[in-house]
Design a protein around this ligand. Structure first.
Ligand code: TXA
Ligand code: MG
Length: 338
């Protein structure tokens, strides 16, 4: 299949909406990352998302809406707190999880009784939803387990030939996926840190749980929190204190560095996320920098940690998952300072 590269004008969005209505797949921009969209009310269309991404069927998908009312129709019940959160944070990078209504096919939620919904802060995404005349189910537009796409090129590299079209509208603004908040338990639980900082959520919600739910009787599964995710092809090591002893054969001149503000020397390639130490700027640059390092045919990528506040919580979550299963480099190693 040829993947059509569309622009962002009204005719492009009309064409994309036609593809969605016909049960096809369109990648589109949101403020966080590019999404891979299909008609959320069509089980066949949603099944194609899982195939195109190589996504396991037990990982549920977020549904995107263009209004608060549309969200309310997809949920069985809407508590006062949900209305407050929508009023404060939508459109924006916050996904809310509540019991689903009968309208939504089970494949969207991977059989779970709950549904994740968000209203993206991107005019093209909102126009696409309105013109399609249906809510749009959309995971990030990348092959399963890989770093997320923040530019149309990333989408084409990973899904080109597997989807009908992409609305190519330049880089996304926030750069990191939405915060996923479950309201089916009390206190509400953050299932994934993301573009809406925890500090801002606490102002509305008060108490917030951030520890991953324990599997077991009564506990709702949180299927998308895979320990190993966002994994580049090149091995990635996080520069946190750890037991790792430097591999002598791994010379800095063959490694890339994903730096926050650091100015390290001797690396084959350095990507600085934010010279001034601005975590928003770092989040916006994060996935594109990771994609560039991954394409550079290096022996390894080493990543400098960022402060765990504001969007830094989401960045560190992605870095830990990208590095999971790899030994960690010890910060004190002479190897890195040599
Ligand atoms: O910013 C974003 O959220 C982007 C853009 C495209 O909207 N989407 C995105 O989707 O990141 P995806 O599929 O890559 O990640 C969705 C996350 C997964 O961790 C999934 O398991 C979780 O949300 N999720 C979806 N529905 C859920 C549910 N009913 N209960 C618990 N977790 C859910
Ligand atoms: Mg994803």
């Amino acid at each position: 299949m040829d993947t059509r590269v569309l622009g962002c004008g009204p005719c492009d969005i009309d064409r994309a909406a036609g593809i969605i209505r016909a049960g096809g797949l369109v990648a589109f921009p949101t403020e966080t990352v590019y999404g891979l969209g299909a008609d959320a009310l069509s089980a066949e269309a949603v099944a194609r998302i899982f195939e195109a991404k190589g996504r396991p069927r037990f990982d549920p998908i977020i549904v995107h809406v263009a209004s608060h009312k549309e969200a309310a129709m997809l949920w069985a019940e809407v508590p006062q707190l949900a209305w407050e959160l929508m009023a404060r944070f939508w459109p924006g990078p916050l996904t809310l999880v509540l019991p689903k209504s009968e309208l939504v096919p089970g494949i969207v939620t991977a059989g779970l009784p709950t549904l994740a919904v968000r209203m993206p802060a991107h005019e093209v995404a909102l126009e696409l939803i309105r013109k399609s005349g249906c809510p749009i189910a959309a995971p990030s537009a990348n092959r399963f387990g890989r770093p997320s796409p923040t530019r149309p090129e990333h989408v084409l590299d990973s899904l080109g030939g597997r989807i009908e079209a992409v609305l190519a509208c330049g880089p996304t603004q926030v750069g990191i996926e939405s915060t996923v908040l479950s309201l089916v338990e009390w206190p509400p639980r953050v299932l994934r840190p993301g573009g809406t900082p925890l500090e801002a959520l606490r102002e509305v919600v008060g108490e917030l749980r951030v520890d991953p739910p324990r599997p077991g009787p009564g506990a709702l599964p949180s299927p998308g929190t895979f320990p190993r995710h966002y994994v580049p092809q090149t091995p990635l090591f996080l520069l946190e204190k750890g037991a790792f002893k430097a591999d002598e054969k791994l010379s800095r001149s063959r490694c890339g560095l994903l730096a926050f503000t650091g100015r390290w020397h001797g690396f084959a390639q350095v990507e600085q996320l934010s010279p001034s130490g601005d975590l928003r700027e770092a989040a916006a640059n994060f996935f594109a920098a990771l994609h560039r390092l991954d394409a550079a045919e290096l022996s390894a990528i080493v990543a400098e940690p960022v402060p765990e506040e504001g969007l830094g919580v989401a960045i560190m979550d992605r870095l830990r998952r990208a590095a999971a299963g790899r030994a960690r480099l010890d910060e004190d190693l002479v190897w890195i300072r040599r």
